[in-house]
Write a protein that binds this ligand. Sequence first.
Ligand code: AMP
Ligand code: ZN
Length: 483
Amino acid sequence: MNKMHRTLSLFNTLTRRVEPVVPVEEGKISLYTCGPTVYNFAHIGNLRTFLFQDLLKRTFRAGGYAVTHCMNITDVEDKIIRDSQAGLPAEATNEQRHGAMTALTERFTAIFLDDLETLRIQKAEFLPRATAYIGQMIHLIQDLEAKGLAYPREGSVYYRIAGLPQYGCLAHLDREGMQAGASVDADEYERDSVTDFVLWKAGKPGEPSWDSPWGPGRPGWHIECSAMGMELLGERVDIHSGGVDLIFPHHENEIAQSEGCLGHRWVNHWVHGEFLMVEGQKMAKSLGNFFTLRDLIEKGVDPIALRYAIQSNHYRKVLNFSFEGLRAAENSLKRIRAFRKRMEGEGQGGGGPWAEALVPLVRLEQARTEFWAAMADDLNTPEALAALFTLISDLNAQDDHVALTRDERNAVLAFLDEADAIFAAWPQEAASLDAEVEAFIEARRAAKAAKNWAEADRVRDQLKALGIVLEDRKDGSVGWRKG
Ligand code: AMP
Ligand code: ZN
């Protein structure tokens, strides 16, 4: 079957332009996103990035694509080692050191996945832990060595950036300014110290290590994503994403590693989300200006209001976190949900003339077109939601005067569902609908048992008005579906 998919465009950090995403395989998207470093609770700045990626993924899904998403879990890294080894005696064995590291990372991985679920972030198809791919990382480094792009030194291995002509293509670095021969051991460094970077770190006392051709040691952070991404998504990936702080050095180095090994372009579209800020500063653990999701929930914040507050702003604009912003989000959601309830029920209509009479289905189609045009243009959620809100006020006004028909109401509900497949913030309330319908079915059963056919038919018609169709089954039970 030739399935329809919408053309969706995203800003590509490689070219600094909004470009249509043309998948390697028609109708399919492979998506790699850099996951969390699991040594502590994620803060809502981190979660902003994961919410933006969920928006991206859901938009492609709603646009008709089959998306395969890989999000790694960084479970070996400088900060993880620092925090997990702190309580261990100097004579602890390598096994004990690994055990302490795993205990910390398992705990925070579970908490992280829980946070994603609370925020209705769809789980990735692949959630690889870096420590399960050490073998692939070693192979990749060996391959880079064989190609002359990596060199060992005192038990560590470094990437030779001068060997790759495209080094700097993502961060748009000035190649003239690069310091040939200098190298850096830290995973995180600034762009004014562009140097050869570490692929494999020689083991140090007090750290867990793995055996390798260069002696005991552990992987650098950047090689982790290249190895997992290539292993699980292959040699050509459609979209790779993270926060803007990952453009350099992390993603620049991922390109160097993967393209150095493959000899061709690895990722077509690099997409980066802006920061969540607090009073003009990036929200960060190191600055102590952060909230976790749990902090907010304790303060009575609805996590879905946070989801909406973040997603209703454009992902490439810095967003200042505030409680007023959350309240505004709660109000917007109330408005959409109240409209949904209104469309689920029946309108009365005033019967009076309406100066700006509109044809609901035509108006609906116009809003739908505007909504998708905005989403297709670099995930422009403020415009897409503006289209939804103008539709809501127009149809509310119309319904006050001339009630929309059941068919029109159902068409509006279908559009609300379509938009909610992306925003996941105004779903049909399944539980309450279930209870309502079951109560009606019971009333109809009682009426039938009393041979009160008129009453039984009246209940059936009431359900029909709710858009519910009853199905009398052979075994005497009654099923139902949305009609
Ligand atoms: P980490 O767990 O530190 O590896 O970060 C996970 C993700 O959160 C990365 O993609 C970062 O770019 C992103 N990130 C970190 N701080 C912020 C922030 N204040 N706003 C938005 N994204 C952030
Ligand atoms: Zn990464």
